[in-house]
Every structure is written in C-alpha cells, then in structure tokens.
Design a protein around this ligand. Structure first.
Ligand SMILES: [Zn+2]
Length: 253
C-alpha cells in the first residue's frame, strides 16, 4: 500500500510519512542517540563486540530502507554521522587515538546490482568524513568480497546458520597488506543475527587483522555489554600509508 501511495502522493518523510521528505527533524533525531553496545542472542561464534545507535524499527528502519532501497541519497550524511558515533564507541576500547582501518561488510553482487552502489561502503566513507571532528582518524579499506553465495539458512538454528556462512566472505588479495597486524573495525548498516559480522571478522582474523569490534547504525537484537578483552591488547598498533584503489571512494559495484 505504501508503495502505491508513493506513486500518487508527493514523497513525505521516509521515517513517518509526514510531509517534509526525505526526513523530518523528529525522525532525524532518532539517528542522534548515543551509541551503545548490542548483542544478538544467541550470538554466532567469533562475533566481535558490536555497537549500534538505535533499534531497527520505526523511523530508523524507514530512513535506512529509503537510503538503501529507494535511492534517498540525501540521507547518506545523517546516516553516516550516526555510523561515525558508533565507530567512536568501538574505537574507545583502544588505548591510543592512532589510526584505525574501517572495513565495510561487502554487499553481495546481487544487492549491488539492484541498488546500483555498495551502500555500506558508501556509509563507511560518509562516517569517515565525520571522524576528524571527533579526534579520530580512520582509513576505509574495502578489504572483503563475497566468495560464494550462502545457501538459504531459513529454519537453521544460530550455530548452523553461522556454520553455513563460513567461507562466504574472503579477503581481496590486494588488501592483505592494509589489514595484517592492524586494528580493524568492521562496519555494517544493520546487525540482525550477527552472522555476516562474524564471518567478516573470521576473514579478517585469517588475514592477521586485529578485529576491535563492529560498528553499526541499527540492531534488531537486545542491548548488551561491550568487549571483554584487555584494552592493552588492542593499543599501540600503527598504520602505514593507504592503497588508493582500496579506499571507500570507488563505491560503484
Ligand atoms: Zn518523520
């Protein structure tokens, strides 16, 4: 019905439908909440600490869908700013304020073709622009790619769902020098079961990255606690020069 109304009425706010699209001030405020830790329950093996800004419902769900599926590109900036605050929380576990590598969860080829862009990498790039103002530096590296399609996991329990995804994501060969031995934060727009984040973390750890955590905008799961690892373990890792071809700039599929 909503899709039908969109055809015959001027577009309203993507969050609440009121006049004043693409987003009214009230719905944009839903993206301004402080970041907090979240955890799917059950969490898949290997899932790092996950931060999010909001629950995936109401206005936030509407704004994310408008951006991802309906091409509301003007929402990139507020969504990127929300992701940036989530990143700052994850990076707060580091002892120092040194540079961190940000790796987007890759979109599948099918998602990319349908949307015309890798929207998670886009959001990572927008988030990175906000971070110098927060005293943080990050380097966005599109280090991961889908290696194979994941079989339908409907009906599987959490552990089987996670096992089903193992090996679905791999490292782009050229990215290895930019993640090995470096502190890495994975980013995605949304955390649901945590399987994609856990699989991205597995691929990065296999490339000798130090996965600090994952930053997201919205979570369907319950609120949870932060990382339990010793903070000293994560501090003091430097980052050298970037590889331009891997930056979050060339965001087309
Ligand atoms: Zn609204």
């Amino acid at each position: 019905m909503r899709a039908l109304l969109d055809l015959v009425l001027p577009a309203g706010c993507a969050g609440c439908g009121e006049p004043g699209g693409p987003a009214c001030p009230r719905c944009l405020r839903a993206l301004s909440a402080p970041a907090s830790w979240t955890r799917p329950d059950p969490a898949p093996p290997g899932l790092p600490a996950v931060a999010a800004i909001a629950r995936y419902d109401g206005a936030v769900r509407g704004l994310l869908l408008a951006y991802k599926e309906h091409g509301s590109v003007s929402l990139a900036r507020p969504l990127g700013a929300a992701l940036a605050r989530s990143l700052v929380l994850v990076m707060s576990v580091l002892a120092g304020a040194g540079p961190v590598v940000v790796v987007p969860v890759p979109s599948s080829g099918r998602q990319c073709r349908r949307r015309g862009a890798d929207v998670v990498a886009d959001l990572a790039a927008w988030a990175a622009r906000e971070l110098p103002a927060a005293g943080r530096r990050v380097q966005v590296v599109r280090a991961l790619r889908h290696v194979r399609a994941v079989a339908d996991s409907a009906g599987l329990d959490a552990r089987a769902r996670a096992a089903n995804a193992v090996g679905a994501i791999g490292l782009r060969r050229a990215a290895a020098p930019y993640v090995a031995g470096r502190p890495v934060v994975i980013v995605d727009d949304l955390v649901t079961t945590g399987v994609s984040l856990a699989e991205a973390a597995r691929a990065l750890r296999a490339a000798s990255a130090t996965v600090i955590g994952a930053a997201t905008i919205a979570a369907t799961g319950r609120r949870g606690t932060g990382p339990t690892r010793d903070r000293r373990e994560l501090g003091g890792t430097g980052i050298r020069s970037p590889a331009a071809q891997l930056h979050g700039r060339a965001l087309r599929c």
